[in-house]
Design a protein around this ligand. Structure first.
Ligand code: ZN
Length: 92
């Protein structure tokens, strides 16, 4: 593919709204195969897993962190608690 063709393809992809999709495909290839916290195995072919697991992209490090729903909810709870503690103390 020469430069002109590449430009045309990129333009076409943008027009089709595929730019984001293409980016996601690249990231998908970087997906790990287990939860970052509890090391539960992640099956990339399991649609339900793909839908329910959480992916955090660290673009600078070109890393994709993977969290199973259990760990993700645990992390959210912790965040919520911390937030409530901070906000709570501010209100008083
Ligand atoms: Zn986990």
């Amino acid at each position: 593919m020469n430069r002109e063709q590449r430009r045309a393809a990129a333009k076409q992809a943008k027009k089709d709204g595929n730019e984001e999709v293409a980016e996601k495909v690249v990231l998908f290839n970087k997906l790990g195969d287990e939860c970052l916290i509890c090391n539960k195995p992640f099956d990339k072919k399991d649609r339900e897993m793909i839908m329910s697991w959480n992916v955090v992209v660290r673009e600078k490090e070109e890393k994709v962190n993977l969290y199973c729903p259990d760990c993700w909810n645990g992390a959210l709870d912790m965040l919520k608690q911390a937030k409530e503690e901070i906000l709570g103390s501010e209100e008083e």
